[in-house]
Design a protein around this ligand. Structure first.
Ligand code: CP
Ligand code: NVA
Length: 314
């Protein structure tokens, strides 16, 4: 496996290895501080980022490397240079490329035309590095035995919902995604991919429209922003109206299991997708998730550059 372009690129064994290494990097952040010595990682983002950028830059530093941050229109891509040519050029300078952008197909094209690992730092379709941080956090809270536990996402059927389904399938989990359906449902391709993986891992996938049924007895209640980067402002009012019943309120949280946690990839909008009492309450693990963005990206860089990951063969 050269690249991490989609969550479904990973095998279950790859996820296990990455989570074990991330757990080590959480305790001993500098235990591999020569892994990227004298090497450079390029980080190219055409959308804003707080966590992914900072986690990536600090992860590279912890591995002894240096990073170059490239903002959206800094490259000649904006003036017509092709993605393929850009990929060839960056491959000549850097040990890896982390890319955040809109179209998944652009990330795929970078992967195909690069000789270095390309890592998806979020597209409109997927957010693989985020999901490793979520599962690093879930492991810390619940341990490795997730039998009988339900992992619920409520809200927009966006990139996070897709990644939530796929990673849950890889982990053999009982995963639930509840959205208003229609334009806000997760993509059929993401659902089909998760169902395919689940058929091999014995995961259970439920796609619902009822937020209360989804929250009932869940061990994790997860949500994401309602307006994602790139969503048209003209659709805001209709979208917020459709999603209002999916807000994670104290009442929705009360339906979950006694030991349930609240998760959110951040950035959050208190009073929209989550109530302040929930995200700032004692069941929220959002700061730990954010911390694990660094440990998990560090693990991804470490293992991808060494060529340790086998990739999904399901
Ligand atoms: N969770 C996440 O990807 O955050 P940023 O958009 O700040 O990188
Ligand atoms: N769905 C959100 C996730 C942000 C981390 C977005 O794409 O903007």
């Amino acid at each position: 496996m050269k690249d991490l372009l989609r969550t479904s690129d990973l095998s279950t064994d790859d996820v296990e290895l990455l989570l074990d290494t991330a757990a080590e990097f959480a305790i001993k952040p500098f235990s591999a501080n020569t892994a990227l010595a004298n090497r450079t990682v390029a980080i190219y983002m055409t959308k804003p980022s707080t966590r992914t950028r900072l986690a990536s830059e600090t992860a590279v530093a912890h591995l002894g490397g240096n990073s170059i941050f490239i903002r959206g229109d800094d490259l000649q891509i904006g003036r017509g240079e092709t993605i393929a040519d850009t990929a060839r050029i960056i491959s000549g300078y850097a040990a890896a490329l982390i890319i955040r952008t809109f179209k998944q197909s652009d990330v795929d094209e970078l992967g195909i035309n690069s000789t270095i690992p390309v890592i998806n730092g979020l597209t409109d379709d997927d957010h693989p590095t985020q999901l490793l941080a979520e599962w690093a956090t879930i492991r810390e809270v619940f341990g490795n035995d997730i039998s009988g536990r339900k992992f619920t996402y409520v809200g927009d059927g966006n990139n996070m919902a897709h990644a939530w389904l796929t990673m849950g399938a890889l982990m053999g989990a009982h995963v639930v995604v509840a959205t208003p359906g229609g334009a806000y449902a997760p993509s059929q391709a993401a659902v089909d991919s998760a169902l395919h993986i689940a058929s091999k891992t014995n995961a259970q996938i439920e796609i619902l429209t009822d937020p209360e049924a989804a929250a009932k007895d869940a061990s994790v209640l997860y949500t994401d922003v309602w307006m994602s980067m790139g969503d048209p402002e003209s659709e805001r009012a209709a979208k917020l109206k459709a999603l209002a019943p999916y807000a994670v309120t104290p009442q929705l949280m009360n339906l979950t299991s006694r030991d349930a946690i609240f998760m959110h990839c951040l950035p959050a909008h208190r009073g929209e997708e989550v109530a302040a009492e929930v995200i700032d309450g004692d069941r929220s693990v959002v700061w730990r998730e954010a911390y694990h963005r660094r440990t998990t990206i560090q693990a991804i860089l470490y293992h991808l550059v060494r060529g340790d990951l086998s990739g999904n063969t399901y």
